[in-house]
Design a protein. Sequence first.
Lengths: 309, 349
Amino acid sequence: MADAQNKDRKVAVKVRHLKEYFNAGKKDEVKAVDDISFDIYEGETLGLVGESGSGKTTTGRSIIRLYDPTSGDIHFNGKNIAKLKKRQLKDFRKNMQMIFQDPYASLDPRMKVKDIIAEGIDVHHLAKDNADRDRQVADLLKKVNLNPGFANRYPSEFSGGQRQRIGIARALAVQPSFIIADEPISALDVSIQAQVVNLLQDIQEEQNLTYLFIAHDLSMVKHISDRIAVLYKGKIVELSTTDEVYNHPLHPYTQSLLSAVPIPDPEAERNHKIKTFDHNHPFKEGEELREVLPGHYLYCDEATAAKYA
Amino acid sequence: MSDKVLEVKDLEVDFSTLNGTVHAIRDVSFDLNKGETLALVGESGSGKSVTVRSVIQLYAKNAKVTNGEITFHGKNLLELSPKEMDKIRGKDISMIFQDPMTSLDPTMTIGKQVAEPLLVHHDTSEKEAMKRAQEVLKLVGIPNAKERMHNYPHQFSGGQRQRIVIAMAIIDNPEILIADEPTTALDVTVQAQIISLLKDLQKKIGTSIIFITHDLGVVAGIADRVAVMYAGKIIEYGTTDEIYYDPKHPYTWGLLDSMPTLGLEGKRLKAIPGTPANLIDPPKGDAFAPRSEYAMKIDERLQPPFFKVTDTHYAATWLLDPKAPKVTPPASIQERYNQYQKLRGENDG
């Protein structure tokens, strides 16, 4: 997977043959994530796109070990975390954090903002004393552009965008190197989405964070991601730089998905052609994710790959 | 295109809440022309849903219309009795909601649900109604409509359910179809299908559509005219081209600018600072002024009236007052205008 183009870059997260089957072996088995492999480089944002049910959220939750993977490896900071036992998870979770979609459901309504943010600080004993804890919380609130005076308030006093900032502050509290953001802006209003996306980008630059950005909004993913993986029915069908995926999509599913994105320009919409994709016969024998162009991976068979060589 | 099918005039709606009275709709007026699609665009809380729910009089118990007229076929809908309104709702004016799962009855076959408006509003026989239901299900693209009529909602995908909801809404050939975020819960590819379905149906049955959304991409593809709402008011309206290529209100600029698509892709998005206005105690002047870098002194004191841009385009901003200093819109907005001019030049030549 370490392609020629990126061989000098350090890999932050290495996922190999990850499978997450629900009700495995039973009649109602669901192959939510079905044998996916990819790398996330240090300091980059990898966008994970796909329609509902494609396995995006499951992928994120398996990586951070909210689920136990059915099989496969997840290397993080050089360690395979796929098979860690519950007790051993605490340490790595300090380095890997998650931002959730729903800013209303992801904050405990009965906890004060400062206790929500400091929960990780407490668990990992990162504060010397109470004053240090308060100072860290105040710094975090400032970092996400909230008034430090909000520390003693409850989540219900905040708007959706402000809550999402609190969620981001909580994720940052333990100084992680890698953040999984699962649809972090889809519950927010258009004018607020841009604020949160800008904030995520600023923080990434400041702290050299690595992001896995999960979303179904393809235009926002395009804006924030360095590379993009397209997930379809539990498989990665295409993976490349953002420019490549958007300007030269190779997989018919990617082409269909991108063609369906509405464009905020009436003239463009008048000439807009939507490509269809045969969902009944999506995969063929002998297909796997292959690097068909430098750094451009496509789920295809050998003959198709040979066409690009 | 100038036949008015609906006229909303000076509408004001309040909600009483524990924290005080929320002035959700503050003096909204608009017309809907025959056969057109009018998009109401705005963020949550801007009043777009309350506006259309006032038209069919479906709203929460704590809502109260304090002023206004909604004229449909010479009648003020706000003065009708609940019984009279029942005759119009679902027949002449019908509605599609955001979530197709909650707008269908899980315990009833879809054939019966789709046929229901005919059975309620006419003395159509059940056999006749079911036959018609099968026809519209076919029209909205449900495969094997004859067999699938006997299935229940959970046996369909999200996109198919929305098609079924649409079938139910159009079975009686309504004059007005209100679509409240009908594609927001759907994936993009399904969204594209539903939108092209709505466009086709409009051509076939000539319905006028009020389309509510916060997604400016969707609007560009479906609307003939656009009204932008902010803090319970329409702040700008015009043809779709006028709103996208020559917008005049700073809020419309901000909305168009905060989206990542279209040329000019800088590294940073232009976010609108701050949060939407509090409608319990709405600002005295222009509600958007506290978030606008173009705000002037007068914006704090006085609400701007509508200024005419063209016969079809109006915007409520003091920037259009002849006495206002000349303001240059953001570069991206000027770029939209230039692109449009170029395009028009090409088309003419």
